[in-house]
Design a binder for this molecule. Structure first.
Ligand code: EPU
Length: 419
């Protein structure tokens, strides 16, 4: 197992290009199931979760092939595909459940393993199932699997109980092949939803309202393959900017739309950083030590839960206190005891963490527990005096492409070592 070794205390400086967004690429690749001809995707990040997605699609009989350029992929779902996503694959990556909607829409049946719990929360899929039932699917649960069956899905009005990202994506994909009109209400508005809708439109789907709470879809009898380039990863960008703040540096992130990260940029400004927004890039310049800043995670356009851990790492070194409240997941503070190993002063009270900023953190061996927690420990290590080792970094490899190489290019003393 690899680990990351960091000698901290170096202010990050320079410019870095973000990869394609993991959380766009996963549903977008999965949506190729709906097409009757090959799909071409650009800017697909080279990540463990993408490899798992490819394994799921291959299991369904969809062939995957690298394109002529780096980060391009061609998926061919034109041949008959299987309707089962087994436990062994789904348990590796929860987003595999996104095959459910497209499979039942295209084949009239799907058998998909229930993903089970996750380190950051229980993460049930009840909203996905209730919505599919509304479109006419018969759902049964047996032996840890969901069976969904329907001759042809029928458009309907569906109101989500909560603006779930995954449920919005799953049902939006399914509705593209349903008969008639589907109106989805209380939808997630994350940029990844719009990116998926753009890709589906390139297949011939008729979708309006993506990025707002109401999405209207006119179902089609069939769809062609997609041609789409994945948007830049706003969470990867925010992670580098948080590292710049924590190390009191100056970093430009390129290749994303700043509006996708606005809630986080505003908080960086409240914390004292200077933010420069350009059409496709953002620069953060720290103004000495930052100030303690309160925030709570919310669905988009609020502060993303996927940036909570990384921002907290920066606030551990701020002048003053911060109260950080997590409202999306019930157990997303696994990084807290590990940041405390670096000397951070943190107290968990229910769904909030009270942070008392310290003037320095001191390097220590720490352990990654999930993707964003790992990123926050890397930030802590970059800012801490002396050596930090982060073990179990397979979590990091699920969601950050070439992270240590990119950080090195910003001046970080960081290397990957074999354990
Ligand atoms: N929820 C339910 N029932 C459902 C669906 C969701 O109770 O049927 C609950 C969840 O348990 C959670 C909340 O609703 O408490 C929000 O979950 P959501 O469905 O929005 O999240 P998701 O689709 O499972 C995606 C991202 C996550 C990100 C969340 C929130 C992907 C592949 N994953 O998950 O990304 O945190 O949206 O923005 O898009 C990450 O990248 O580190 C990550 C965890």
């Amino acid at each position: 197992m690899d680990k990351i070794k960091i000698i901290g205390g170096v202010a990050l400086k320079g410019s870095v290009e973000v990869s394609g967004a993991k959380n766009s690429a996963l549903p977008v690749l999965i949506s190729s199931i709906l097409g009757n001809s090959p799909s071409y995707f650009k800017k697909v990040p080279d990540l463990q979760d993408i490899k798992t997605t490819e394994a799921v699609l291959n299991h369904l009989g969809i062939t995957t092939q690298a394109g002529s350029l780096e980060n391009e992929i061609i998926l061919d779902s034109s041949k008959t595909i299987s309707f089962e996503a087994p436990y062994d694959l789904v348990r590796k990556m929860r987003a595999s459940v996104l095959v459910l909607g497209p499979l039942v829409a295209k084949l009239g049946k799907a058998k998909v393993s229930l993903p089970g719990g996750c380190a950051i929360g229980a993460r049930p899929i009840n909203f996905h199932l209730t919505a599919l039932e509304k479109l006419g699917a018969k759902i049964t649960l047996e032996n840890g699997y969901v069976f969904a069956e329907c001759k042809r899905l029928q458009g309907n009005r569906v109101t989500f109980e909560f603006p779930s990202v995954g449920a919005t994506e799953n049902i939006m994909m399914a509705a593209c092949l349903a008969k008639g009109e589907t109106i989805l209400e209380n939808c997630a508005k994350e940029p990844e939803i719009k990116d998926l809708a753009d890709s589906l439109r390139s297949m011939g789907a008729e979708i309006e309202g993506d990025g707002t709470e109401t999405i209207r879809i006119q179902g089609k009898d069939q769809l062609a393959g997609a041609k789409h380039s994945i948007i830049g990863d706003r969470i990867e960008a925010g992670t580098f900017l948080a590292a710049a703040l924590a190390t009191q540096g100056k970093v430009e992130v390129k290749g994303l739309d700043p509006i996708h990260l606005e809630a986080v940029l505003t908080k960086f400004e409240t914390a004292g950083a200077k933010i420069t927004r350009a059409p496709k890039s953002i620069t953060l310049e720290a103004n000495g030590r930052s100030w303690g800043t309160d925030f709570q995670t919310l669905p988009f356009p609020g502060f993303p839960t996927d940036m909570q851990a990384q921002f907290m790492a920066a606030m551990c070194l701020a002048d003053g206190s911060s109260v950080i409240t997590e409202t999306i997941f019930e157990n997303r503070f696994l990084h807290v005891p590990e940041l405390m190993r670096l000397g951070a002063d943190l107290v968990i009270r229910s769904n909030a963490v009270h942070v008392r900023g310290k003037s320095e953190l001191i390097g220590a061996p720490v352990m990654a527990t999930d993707l964003r927690a790992s990123a926050s420990l890397v930030i802590g290590g970059l800012a801490a005096r002396g050596e930090t080792t982060v073990s179990r970094i397979y979590h990091l490899d699920r969601g950050y492409e070439k992270m240590e190489m990119k950080l090195k290019s910003l001046g970080a003393q960081i290397e990957r070592v074999k354990e």
